[in-house]
Design a protein around this ligand. Sequence first.
Ligand SMILES: [Zn+2]
Ligand SMILES: [Zn+2]
Length: 435
Amino acid sequence: MAAVAGRGSFEVAPCVVRSGETVEIVIRPLAEGAAFSPGFKYAVTYTPMEDQGGYSAFGTRHEPAFRVTGGELRITHRFDGEQEHGLFVEELRSSERIPVLDARVYSVDADLYDRRPLKGDLHIHSNRSDGREPPAHVAAACRRIGLDFMAITDHRLYEPSLEAQAAFAAHPVDLAIFPGEEVHPPDNNIHIVNFGGSRSVNAQFTAPGWRQEVDEIARGLTGLPPKLDPYLYASTLWTFRAIHECGGLGIFCHPYWISDRRYHIPGSLADRVFEEQPYDAFELIGGYHRHEAESNALQAARYHEETRRGKRIPVVGVSDAHGCERGELFGWYFTIVFAASPALRDLVAAIKDLWSVAVEALSGAPVQVHGPMRLVKYAHFLLREFFPGHDALCRQEGEAMLALLAGDGSAQDALASLHGRTLELHRRRAAAGCP
Ligand SMILES: [Zn+2]
Ligand SMILES: [Zn+2]
């Protein structure tokens, strides 16, 4: 890409359009001195990234109609297909062409256009289990790094997630905070996240009766390999069923995590879970440290292998962070869900329906997105062109949430003034707004 005047100096709106529609794209200067002037001459060259059709011939320059008004440059063009498009703006000075901006626009079909890209972490810990900070701090820190939704999922504990919700329940906060827990069936190493469920599944292990139910499930199992203890698979099934009964999303966590010098669940159990798919979503990208990258590589390979075999696998990426201020894990991994809204039912339905991708964004490394190709391509665009502005707004809100927790009396006003700003940004992103 040609070096152009900083992309951050301009807002391109809308930057997401419906495929096949003719749209006026407004390029609005944000920095001082960047305004477009009717006294200057400009040229705009259009280049589609992918579906190049008639645009690929050498020596042809496709110049869409544009006008300069009120310091803005307005370009009218029809954007076809699901792909990224370049609008390369130059200033013409005698024989020189001076690059101004390489504006990027993405066109999507209606089903994707109507969905909002929402960033979230579905698996994270507080100091109520083995994390570092209190639940409310973790929630505020999640907003500070640009997340739209999250749940505290402490080991064996559901209450910390409610504590995070309660801390901000009376305040105008645009982070969706859900209940959650990491569920550990007794005598089974498998880890399962209950995201959003309306009650604790861990708590049910202390009540009488669950073991008999598991034994009954075990008696009904057929075709298990001899090396797989029926109790392990039966208690796994019982846990996913209990999560479903309370409306939660059951997440199959980190099967290739190395603990005690071996993967923490037996391969025969992982095989059966991948085969029968009692889960709602798979942690395609789990919260591993840099030296544990092999575990994520294996999870990604397994995902590709299973989908190649015809499995339909909803995916999430999670930080599984045990501290927000340690400079590791927190913010490295997250999920982008393409959902109608950040309401729990919409998020859960979207994830189960394959409208999500898992993102790796380790500090100092290029971002990587995993999941269905169509969404991966779009997510890369959004991470580059849309989310930086979104994240900057979230940072202000997260700071105000932290200030509120610290007892700062002005934080409430700051939150009130930021309330609705990220939704407004989503509306500007897409021409006709979003739900
Ligand atoms: Zn775990
Ligand atoms: Zn965990």
